[in-house]
Ligand binder design. Structure first.
Ligand code: ARG
Length: 711
């Protein structure tokens, strides 16, 4: 009875300010705005248990993993779960042909065996504060922001950030504690961790064991410290227990994590500019690049290990662009935006003040996108095609060097600055340089630019005599031949030659080297267009600031959540099936049966490790089994996430871990631009599958005994 009354009261209070169950990436700081609704859906936690600035709360178990993903602490010794695709770069970086952790997996049997992952860091958000008034009322905003950050970090080891929300209508201070001694504890082989590969990526039903395990190390006083043998496992303020009891459709679920970027408040014209202008070009360019890479990666394990992390990330983006364009066709997004804009305009025109402030903003945005169609296109080719080759990477330093050497008396200051930065770049540059692959991409990028871009936007080699001289032969066009000429005759493709040049740089070498000329060209082009695109972006930002301000007044009965901006958010909802298209219902969970159905021995995406496949067939899943005796693998829920949320914990109403989020679904790919309740789903790997794989693959109970299990 009591519960019923609370429910009625809660529902009544929701009549005044509307919040839906699924949409929204809420600021932990404003969790109070949604906690009542969360409780209606089955959350047993209080607002303070989820986010508190000074008492241990769930947010103390959440980390920004590497700055690009999310992870969760699952033991009192700093054990972190994240996705396999989040650990991918570290795992492939630590792998060699002989110790191939990417292909074969890895499990540490002791703290000593855990492998430092250089360059990897994790950050906890210690607290956040609303600093909107201070920033907006300041005469010098940049100076005020600097002051706010200095105050927050005085006398401590924290890092502070002040970020804009709602396009500069609000500002929040975020204070972080960052740990840099992060070690790999375990990973399944990639034919579990990336099972289904790019074919299954962005899609449901899914059977990917997308998780990996790391540990945070700290100094003996539990503070962040650079790697040292004397560091000890970090003792967190809070960690998530692991619930093996299982889940049901409609169960409450929430996610806390670091979503990267959404643009949900864009106008129709803004969405069209992204999905009809930018994404088709990007998708085309990346597709061409990936094809060239793959043909090289297939030839040699070492090349595959070198390129696989970048390959995966480009493939992920390419399929993303394709998915957004495709899903937009059947999405109500553009119609709904049109309706909203019509209503907004009418509302603005009803009142003299509103009329002067808001009635032109939608039109002005549309004009801005139309005026910059061509610029937008060039930028896509500049950023993705021309810069999509390795040899363009040193452009900035080479330009500096070129500038110094071109002077009558070379400027020694600039020259040594250029040499210094080339020295810094040299190692990383050659570490991931695969000559054959890059040469093929180079030819392909020039070709694709020549087919799609107006001549006036071609890099100079494309109209050069040298290229015109190339006589195509069977299977090789002029671009292939020019690429081969360039890669044979450049200091940028040979570490010995580049080293030699750096010891005694001369203008003559820079001027006759075709690779250097290309890098300089691309760098110049950036100089030429970057200012223009920055100005456009600034103008868009200013117009959007006004538009979003207006929208919030127009719909003043609604709480708005800000677009994702790589800061900590909470989203909540339920475990839910969906209807991808007419006549088809997608169940909310998958099991081991699907892994065995998809299994293709020897295939690069659908192979299953032999022993593992056998144990799945045997089917004795013990405490990990669902009520039918099957092994749960994945599930979906209607929570609101995006890239950056990868690796986030899916948490039940008691604050326990039930899954690790890793993807979205194909039919809901418009999600970053527009929320559609019936199609938007988050895909998670069931925590029971995670624990089963750990037990099977590591062959020990080491991690099982370390975490806190709820049975
Ligand atoms: N779509 C996932 C995301 O953007 C990444 C999945 C990685 N897997 C892959 N097959 N590339 O978070």
């Amino acid at each position: 009875m009591m519960r019923k009354i609370t429910l009625i009261v809660a529902t009544l209070s929701l009549l005044f300010i509307k919040v839906s169950a699924d949409e929204g990436m809420w600021l932990p700081y404003h969790i109070g705005r949604v906690i009542t609704n969360m409780q209606v859906y089955g959350c047993k936690l209080t607002a303070e248990q989820i986010y508190s600035a000074d008492k241990p709360s769930i947010k103390d178990a959440i980390v920004h993993f590497g700055g690009f993903c999310t992870g969760e602490v699952v033991s009192n010794r700093g054990l972190v779960f994240t996705n396999h695709h989040c650990g991918y770069d570290a795992i492939s970086g630590l792998s060699t042909k002989e110790k191939n952790y990417l292909d074969n997996g890895f499990w540490a049997n002791s703290f000593e065996e855990e492998i430092p992952a250089p360059g990897l860091s994790v950050s906890f958000m210690v607290y956040m504060n609303d600093v909107t008034d201070r920033v907006l009322n300041a005469s010098d905003r940049a100076a005020e922001i600097k002051k706010i950050k200095e105050e927050a970090t005085a006398g401590n080891h924290f890092r502070a950030d002040v970020k804009s929300y709602f396009y500069g209508n609000e500002y929040y201070l975020l204070v972080y504690e960052t740990f840099t001694d992060i070690r790999l504890v375990g990973t399944p082989p990639q034919n579990i961790g990336k099972f289904g590969g790019d074919t299954d990526n962005w899609m449901w039903p899914r059977h990917t064991g997308d998780f990996s395990v790391f540990r945070i190390y700290a100094s003996s006083d539990n503070k962040p410290a650079a790697y040292s043998e004397t560091n000890v496992p970090y003792k967190p303020k809070h960690f998530l227990p692991i619930n093996l009891k299982g889940i049901q459709e409609n169960d409450f679920a929430m996610i806390m994590g670091f979503p990267g970027r959404t643009t949900r408040y864009l106008t129709q014209s803004g969405i069209k500019s992204i999905a009809f202008e930018r994404y088709p070009e990007r998708s085309k360019i990346l597709k061409a690049k990936l094809a060239e890479w793959w043909s090289e990666m297939e030839k040699d394990v070492n090349i595959r290990l070198l390129l696989s992390s970048d390959y995966a990330s480009y493939a992920n983006s390419q399929k993303y662009y394709e998915g957004v364009m495709n899903a937009l066709k059947s999405s109500p997004c553009l119609n709904e935006k049109a309706k909203l804009e019509e209503g907004f305009l009418k509302w603005a025109q009803e009142d003299a003040n509103r009329n002067s402030q808001y009635s032109n903003v939608i039109k002005e945005l549309q004009q801005l996108y139309e005026d910059n169609l061509e610029l937008n296109k060039v930028i896509q080719y500049l950023a993705f095609a021309y810069s999509g080759v390795h040899i363009a990477e040193l452009g900035e330093s080479l330009a500096l060097m070129h500038e110094a050497l071109s002077m009558k008396t070379p400027d020694q200051n600039i020259l040594s600055q250029a040499t210094l930065s080339l020295n810094d770049e040299f190692g990383p540059y050659f570490l991931t340089f695969v000559k054959e692959a890059d040469q093929k991409v180079f030819a392909s990028m020039l070709r694709i630019a020549s087919q799609n871009l107006d001549k006036k936007y071609w890099v100079s080699c494309m109209t050069s005599k040298q290229l015109a001289k190339m006589k195509p032969v069977v299977g090789k066009d002029a671009f292939d031949l020019y690429a081969s000429f360039t890669y044979q005759n450049s200091i940028l493709t040979d570490s010995t030659k580049l080293r030699k040049f750096m010891q005694k740089p001369t203008l003559a070498v820079l001027q006759k080297d075709p690779g250097v000329q290309y890098a300089l060209d691309v760098n110049n082009m950036f100089g030429q267009y970057l200012g223009a695109i920055r100005a456009v972006n600034q103008k868009e930002e200013a117009l959007m600031k006004n538009y979003v301000k207006g929208l919030r007044e127009y719909k003043s009965d609604k709480f708005f959540y800000p677009d994702a901006n790589s800061t900590l958010r909470v989203t909540y909802g339920q475990i839910k099936s969906y209807i991808p298209r007419d006549g088809v219902l997608y169940n909310w969970y998958t099991t081991q049966k699907g892994i065995l159905e998809k299994e293709i021995p020897g295939d690069s995406e659908f192979d299953v490790p032999t022993d593992f496949s056998q144990s799945l067939r045997k089917g004795n899943f013990g405490k990990y089994a669902d009520k039918n005796g099957d092994l749960p693998v994945g599930f979906i829920c209607n929570l609101d996430i995006t890239g950056g949320n990868s690796g986030s914990p899916v948490i039940n109403g008691n604050g326990e871990l039930i899954g690790i989020a890793f993807d979205g679904v194909w039919e809901g790919m418009v999600g970053d631009l527009y929320w559609e309740p019936s199609k938007n789903r988050t895909i998670a790997v069931d925590i029971r599958y995670v624990m089963y794989v750990i037990e099977q693959m590591s062959g020990t109970q080491r991690l099982y005994n370390e975490v806190k299990i709820i049975l």
